[in-house]
Design a protein around this ligand. Sequence first.
Ligand code: PMP
Ligand code: GLN
Length: 382
Amino acid sequence: MASNLISKLPAVGTTIFTTMSALAVEYNAVNLGQGFPDYSMSEELISLVNQAMKDDNNQYAPVSGWIPLRESIAEKIELLYTTSINPDTEITITPGGTYAIYTALTSIINSGDEVIIFEPAYDSYIPNIEINGGRVVPLLLSFPDYKIDWVAVKNAITTKTKAIIINSPHNPTGSVLSKEDINQLRSVVEGTNIIIISDEVYEHIIFDGVAHQSILRYPDLLERSFVCFSLGKVYNCTGWKLGYCVAPPSLTKEFRKVHQFNAFSCFTPAQVALSSFLKNKEAFISLSAIMQEKRDYFKQLMTSSRFSLLESGGSYFICAKYNRISEEGDKDFAIRLTKDFRVATIPVSHFYHNGQDHHVLRFCFSKKKETLELAAERLSLI
Ligand code: PMP
Ligand code: GLN
């Protein structure tokens, strides 16, 4: 490293997802660590991308995204949340949900601004805030049900609070915000200029008949929000890195200023393909039931192990305590599990700025039945 280079992210190393996936490969382990499906995506969608390329849709898309795709997204929002969104001024297509969150934060944070996050928190939030000169205000979700303490949120608000990041369904825990949480959020931000960044990448992976409390349902909150989505999560193609951000025109304008000098635009053929594929409601509406079946199957398989599974109301993930097995720290335990029992997981302490360790691992169940069976068989040996 050049000797005059001062790292902008001195505390940051390689992400836990990369680390555990690499370890899984090294030890030929079943990978229930990094969140991605190990089964194929829709053949029809692949054909549509191929067709889009053959039809010569291979040049830059507009900065804000392929217009018919934005129109299809607006139709989907209207259908799901009965909210009317202007595709021209309120939707921006992005290279993934992470990018949308980063761009939202970059658009609004000035040096010294405070951003409230809830821990355990998805690992990109803290570096995203800090690289922009913001100050992270981490609040704890309760354990083991991972709920927000709204009194603590009220107490944490200062004149410098610029934003609050919420995430439902939640990664890593699978907890879900209720309507009551949304009402609490409303009362916290009322009369302030606080901006909400709502990470809703698991919008279509929510279980037990519970309705997703999208910020898109609430116009009074939406007017101060960036709401971030991931199409990779909806269509089993996380490697496509395609998502979008919905925000009111004034926030979208700032968002696009940053976006146009970063990615500028996203992969055109996928946008063309999705603009028609998104009209198939069944494909996104059926996702919750498919994933719920996987969650339930994994839970049932794991009854033969000594892990104690926690609740998961949505997302790709379910967490488990292992206090009946070991007193090791979760990182050491996750490494040993990968090396000796050949199942990779994610240690949840990684999602706390101070490494708080409740001895909990995260398992990803968006996998084939055979994968879940093999993992559970091995996990039952410990
Ligand atoms: N937020 C959360 C909570 C996630 O779990 C993920 C990805 N798994 C993302 C954002 C990013 O999504 P994308 O891959 O579309 O960038
Ligand atoms: N979001 C995925 C997870 O939680 C990982 C994505 C990544 O590796 N950046 O597992």
